[in-house]
Design a protein around this ligand. Sequence first.
Ligand code: 13P
Ligand code: SF4
Length: 306
Amino acid sequence: MSGPIMALEDEIRRLKEQRHAVLLAHNYQLPEVQEVADFVGDSLYLSRKAAETDRPVILFAGVQFMAETAKILNPTKTVLLPDLKAGCGLADSITAEQLRTWKSQHPGAVVVSYINTSADVKAESDFICTSSNAIKTVASLPEDQEILFLPDMFLGDYVRRKTGRKMHLWAGDCPVHAKMRPEEIEAARAAHPGAPVIAHPECGCASGTLEHVDRVLSTDGMVRYAEETRAPTVIVATEVGILHRMQKLNPSTQFLPLSRGAICPYMKEIDLTDVRDSLAQMRYVIDVPGPVAAKARQALERMIAA
Ligand code: 13P
Ligand code: SF4
């Protein structure tokens, strides 16, 4: 590791103590940001860590909806996002106004929203789920319950097939995962015969073509898989940032991205300098208006407790 990076990391560790901050980083963050974090994980794990912390400051190295979730769960704490450009293309695919219109067309339906949504959309939702618990959440609803699932149609389609529930799906998708195609899997299989293929359920390739994939997993599910596998090579269909953690946990297996171009531009807005500046200047403070937060908290706390 280079001198300037080590110096920045030391500065961040010092500032973290000075500010009494906890640093949470998503699995897609840059390797050097993951290295300096207190906790690294998927959306569910990081929501739990945000709910548990006794530190007054939460620095979220992730995207806006993750920082908002931390704020909703901790109204009295200061939540910082190092760069306000760290949004999420999937979360942008539905507004609260659009959801209200959709709900009015289906009176009596229950709304299950993926955590990749704005606080306003969460406030209009009955349940929040992540990629780790979406199947469990939907399966826990009564058999005849009408369900609106949003915003990711690929995750929704996967959950619909796994649970056999009739769900209405919002036609949103993640700009990074939706591009992955079954043909890419076939090409990777031909190049690496016998290598298992694991995919995130937001992938276009996970929809309708599950026979092409060995396992469908959340990002933490992939990390656990990496720890356990003895396969010489594994093909990983998700954002490339996760490969750092997988390779570090299991150096004997070669983890190859299905697509080297699967880079989330929002996650990559954050680097070590942004993290340092965020702590030094206590910016950018994430706030969620009280009434919105109160409504969204009910749906989120249901998820955290499950
Ligand atoms: P995970 O909850 O599986 O980490 O997914 C979050 C995400 O944004 C995937 O694109
Ligand atoms: Fe959003 Fe997709 Fe980036 Fe995940 S990978 S944060 S869903 S844009």
